[in-house]
Ligand binder design. Structure first.
Ligand code: 4MI
Length: 400
């Protein structure tokens, strides 16, 4: 006898936020993709999507898969968020639209043109200084140092307290996951870090000419309200530093371990743009985000209940062999542009042009000065519930 009807949903008791999985998420990603289109994660009572097709479909259907109930494990329908929700990340239309439109313009390619030359020069100066020594730490001395040098100035932040940006972002990205040891470890500093960040969002703290002042100018024009402006500045400070730091870390790791790809980039520096997207696809600095079902919805034969959380594995989708040839290869010859490392659809990363400009500035400066780069020791991961990150990466370079 053949049993027909609803096929049972695959179910796993694995913990995607356990330290050993965060250390190397690839085996669990493969298990999830192969278990089925939808996998129930028993430990957290959520449904997971790890195949490109289904992650993409969920990302582009904001009506069914909402962000306003939080894009972490916490369900804002029942649980109080650790900070007032973001007007961008944790909102949907119509509330999402005005903040999004304002920030898209401020962080758009046209608006960034004025930063190009200055950032190129900043990158040349930093690289020139760092490569004077043949060995250095590519994470602290480049991937962290460059964004911390250019981004806070572009926002118009005061100098005092900038060391709080990375730990604040690190905690925010941990807080999208379950309340595990990583969140507990960050908890003692949350009050201090949040107080500083929130304080920097006030109009009078932000230097004229920066992204922050431009957000307040939009409030003066009435495009957003004065109550919205500081929270939009807060989005820049939350999303603008750790993400780019870890994307640059991914890029530097990729080239330090793929000498032939570095040669290729040096022969054709126009490949810098593809290189950045390929690194974002390959490492997926933002590994996961949740959505919440706005109704009982069927996904590939499984019903996700209204209010149910859906965990989308961006990193798994970006290495899904159903979508990508040789997904584990870092290869400048492919077109990685459809990756979901920046999300997809309405919420797709509004800061990606800033991230691209940072990466292109740094890569161009490195390509000018560095003939060859390789690991000079074992790189060390930095564990975070959401981010795929490096704590340290010793490299050796041969300069021109
Ligand atoms: C995708 S990373 C991210 C985006 C936005 C915010 C935080 C993180 C925010 O606070 O708006």
């Amino acid at each position: 006898m053949t049993v027909t009807g609803t096929p049972s949903t695959a179910s796993l008791d694995a913990d995607p936020f356990a330290p050993d999985v965060l250390e190397d998420p690839l085996p669990l990603q493969a298990r999830l993709r192969d278990a089925g289109a939808v996998v129930y994660l028993e430990r957290y009572g959520v449904h997971a999507l790890a195949r490109y097709e289904h992650v993409h479909a969920a990302l582009t259907d904001w009506q069914t898969f909402q962000s306003a109930a939080g894009v972490g494990l916490a369900n804002f329908r029942h649980e109080e968020p650790w900070r007032p929700p973001s007007l961008l990340l944790e909102a949907d239309p119509p509330l999402h639209d005005a903040p999004r439109a304002v920030l898209s313009r401020i962080l758009g390619p046209r608006a960034l043109r004025g930063l190009r030359e200055a950032w190129a020069e900043d990158a040349r100066e930093l690289v020139g200084r760092v490569v004077r020594r043949p060995e250095f730490d590519a994470v602290t001395e480049l991937a962290q140092a460059f964004p911390l040098r250019v981004f806070p100035d572009a926002v118009g932040l005061e100098r005092e307290g900038r060391h709080r940006l990375l730990p604040y972002g690190d905690h925010a990205f941990n807080a999208f996951g379950p309340p595990n040891g990583l969140v507990a470890r960050g908890a003692p500093r949350v009050a201090e870090l949040s107080e500083w960040v929130d304080g920097q969002c006030a109009r009078e703290r932000l230097a004229p000419g920066g992204f922050g002042a431009a957000i307040w100018a939009a409030a003066d024009r009435g495009d957003i309200t004065e109550r919205q402006a500081p929270l939009i500045v807060r989005s820049l400070l939350t999303a603008g530093v750790d993400t780019t730091v870890h994307a640059l870390g991914a890029l530097l790791y990729a080239f330090a371990t793929h000498p032939e790809q570095w040669r290729r980039l040096r022969e054709d520096p126009r490949l810098a743009r593809v290189a950045f997207d390929e690194a974002v696809r390959w490492e997926s600095p933002v590994q996961t985000f949740f959505r919440t079902a706005t109704r009982d919805v069927e996904v590939a034969g499984t019903t996700v209940p209204d209010g149910g959380k859906i965990l989308m594995f961006l990193g798994a989708a970006n290495r899904d062999p159903r979508r990508w040839d040789e997904p584990d290869a870092f290869d400048l010859a492919r077109d990685p542009s459809a990756h979901v490392g920046f999300g997809m659809g309405l919420h797709q990363c509004v800061g990606q042009h800033v991230a691209r400009l940072e990466a292109q500035s740094l890569l161009a400066a490195l390509a000018e000065r560095v003939e060859h780069v390789e690991l000079a020791g074992t790189p060390r991961r930095h564990l975070n519930n959401t981010l795929r990150a490096w704590a340290s990466m010793p490299v050796r370079v041969r300069t021109t």
